[in-house]
Design a protein around this ligand. Structure first.
Ligand code: SIN
Length: 295
């Protein structure tokens, strides 16, 4: 079903149209050109749709680097990225998720293969609030991004489990020392005590600062252990929560089309990626928005 949103885009005479992406989460917005300046009323309408649906997809865009930066900045302060694509980079917040190579070496981040569900930068004290990807080149098969609704996952837990999780924290870890990190779980013994690992313990249940809704804030890729719980008990609890949060009714799988912009809320969603051929180019331009410490 397509509906007209309340606010009109200043860059186009037609009002924005919206269409749900799935029963789990997500909304598509059409009738808007993100390369054009946007008034506050239009942005407020977009932001409300984002809060209500966790993931926005805006297809049919033609965005230069700085146009993407300008739109992302409306959501909050952007995080600086350190390395990828340094040579061609026109803004410190830009990075490329790509398997493109130069002189036999990957030039971007997260280049190849499947990725388990995760939430961006959950191993930092202040994880990313939002991540925005702009699809530039997409392989013919695979490389889909899956989004899981962590409000719904939390709400579907038995009351006894909700009580058990109340006040518990879990340690999230990222180890850049793993060369094929994206496909690996840092919960593997190899990451324990690694000098390159970065960790932070966050509440397992996160209260979203804007919506006030509770969400499960753990993930299979980066959550290592429950603070203060014996290892076996912690692993059993986490495994059962991972299985719970990855059930199909919480998930939307997105098949990308070039020109799409997707922005997701890392505080109430997880994302993952399906495998794709190393022989086909995949290239998306990414910016992330800084968040607050989860409580
Ligand atoms: C990411 O985790 O930011 C990348 C997701 C993707 O490549 O689909």
């Amino acid at each position: 079903m397509t509906t007209a949103a309340k606010s009109a885009s200043p860059s186009s005479a037609a009002p924005m149209q919206t269409r749900p992406l799935s029963p789990a989460l997500g909304i598509e917005i059409t009738g808007i050109d993100l390369s054009q300046p946007m008034d506050d009323a239009t942005f407020d309408a977009i932001q409300k749709l984002w809060y209500d649906n966790c993931v926005l997809c805006i297809p049919g865009q033609k965005l230069e680097d700085l146009e993407q930066v300008r739109f992302a900045e409306r959501f909050g302060e952007l995080a600086v990225t350190l390395h990828e694509y340094e040579a061609g980079k026109v803004h410190p917040a830009l990075m490329y998720v790509t398997n493109e190579k130069k002189d036999g070496k990957f030039v971007g981040a997260l280049p190849d293969g499947e990725m388990y569900f995760h939430s961006d930068m959950c191993y930092l004290e202040r994880p990313s609030m939002a991540t925005m990807l702009y699809a530039m080149v997409i392989p013919s098969v695979g490389g889909n991004t899956l989004f899981a609704n962590m409000y719904k996952a939390y709400e579907a837990l038995p009351e006894a489990t909700k009580k058990q999780l109340d006040g518990l924290k879990a340690v999230n870890t990222y180890d850049p020392g793993h060369s094929n990190y994206a496909a690996m779980r840092t919960r593997m013994p190899s990451s324990a005590g690694s000098p390159t690992a970065r960790s932070y313990a966050h509440p397992i249940v996160f209260t979203h600062p804007v919506t006030g809704r509770k969400a499960l804030y753990i993930n299979r890729l980066m959550t290592e252990s429950v603070v203060g719980m014996p290892r076996d008990e912690s692993s059993a609890l986490l495994e059962s929560l991972f299985d719970h949060q990855e059930q199909p009714q919480f998930i939307y799988e997105h098949r990308w089309t070039p020109g799409e912009v997707i922005i997701w809320d890392n505080r109430c969603t997880l994302h993952a990626r399906t495998d794709f051929s190393a022989n086909e180019l995949r290239k998306l331009r990414r910016v992330t928005v800084k968040g607050d410490k989860p409580v």
